[in-house]
Design a protein around this ligand. Sequence first.
Ligand SMILES: NC(=O)c1ccc[n+]([C@@H]2O[C@H](COP(=O)([O-])OP(=O)(O)OC[C@H]3O[C@@H](n4cnc5c(N)ncnc54)[C@H](O)[C@@H]3O)[C@@H](O)[C@H]2O)c1
Length: 444
Amino acid sequence: MARAELTVNDLRNIEGRIKDKSAEIGIVGLGYVGLPLALAFAEAGFNVTGIDTDKGRVNKIIRGISYLLDIASPRLKKAVSGGRLKATLSRSDLRRVDTIIICVPTPLTKTKEPDLTYIVSATNDIARYLRLGHLVILESTTYPGTTREIVLPLLESTGLRVGVDYFLTFSPERVDPGSKNFTIRNTPKVVGGMDPRSTKLAALLYGHVSDKVLEVSTPEVAEMDKVFENVFRSVNIALVNELAKLCEKMNINVWEVIKSASSKPFGYMPFYPGPGVGGHCIPLDPYYLASKARQYFFHTRFIELAAEINETMPEYIVERIIGALNTISKSVKGAKILILGVAYKKDIEDVRESPALRVIELLLERKAAVHYHDPYIPDLKEESFKLKSIKLEKKTVGNYDCVVILADHSCYDLNSIVREAKLIFDTRGCTVGIKSDNIIRLGE
Ligand SMILES: NC(=O)c1ccc[n+]([C@@H]2O[C@H](COP(=O)([O-])OP(=O)(O)OC[C@H]3O[C@@H](n4cnc5c(N)ncnc54)[C@H](O)[C@@H]3O)[C@@H](O)[C@H]2O)c1
């Protein structure tokens, strides 16, 4: 029996449907990456179906309730009630949609190896419903080679051929959670397809939500671009963390050094020291690249060193807190410590891999009495401890031996906190400019 094939007309039709926005979009994984993307396409005029395995998330979207700080519920509700955005647990909707974008997690195993089980499971679902003309795009961050070596064989097992019967592209997500300046619209989108048609179709699609789309020659270029961007951040943060420690020894103020270096208009961009790195990207992605590199008998020493420096920052911060307590003749055992901000960076609600979790764990091991406040994270349920965010009132901070700022959320009234607190340890440099004897800072 002759197999069905895409005709030139079919191809024109697919292009046309993407151009005139009648193509339906399916987004697999509705987290920090998938939900904003789904909303962006819905607001651009596409019909979007979000598919997730998390019943709670799907139900919230159906009711127009956002679970992400970056997305206001009324905005979500408008897209849902207008019929542009749907959410479902049902994978069979994958057959109906025309393009499928995969935004599932890419965590590490306990031994810090890439864990691609979510990508494999999502791709298996897609393979079950793959049909002629489908455009499949992987957005999850992963090591170079994933699209070709993992996703492609699962899709090809259906008998359909890439670039002929269906299309496959990698396009990394570059979202900066909490950023008011950079959005999907003004952050250029990179697309690298398995073949020129796959690249072109993905570029056409993203052109509706992004002002600039950059086409690269292969998925590997796009995959490497993404991990390189994150490794670049990891290495530079590690460098400035090391510099902060050196500045302390040399009695030089690192914050002033960074400000001074930032006056150079070329060849330098500022990174800031802190308690370590967190989130689903910077702490993980270097390991994705390092692991893949080993397949080529190549050791990414620089990248792994950076990861090591960043990962040991919480221990260093705890040493400095102990030193700070010493200045008021207080031992860490029994000291009352208030952590301000446990998210991995300011103004976000994401606590994944946050260095605050390790700082708290280490302080508890040393028998400190630790409380925390974070306006965006009501409770922490870790393996070794469970805590609830305290109510932060003007007088509260004065009840603690030391207030430690780990995430400098914009809502904190720093002047008032400095006035009320006995002792502050500032890991973010957010109190630079406030003159007070009770402040001790990282990097000074
Ligand atoms: N968070 C960021 O800032 C960021 C930025 C750029 C890239 N990324 C990358 O994007 C990817 C997704 O990250 P995230 O932060 O959105 O993760 P997330 O955990 O917030 O969301 C992932 C969603 O996928 C769902 N899911 C898991 N398996 C599924 C399956 N088989 N079918 C359908 N849904 C499934 C989960 O229930 C969850 O809702 C990761 O590879 C990450 O590295 C994240």
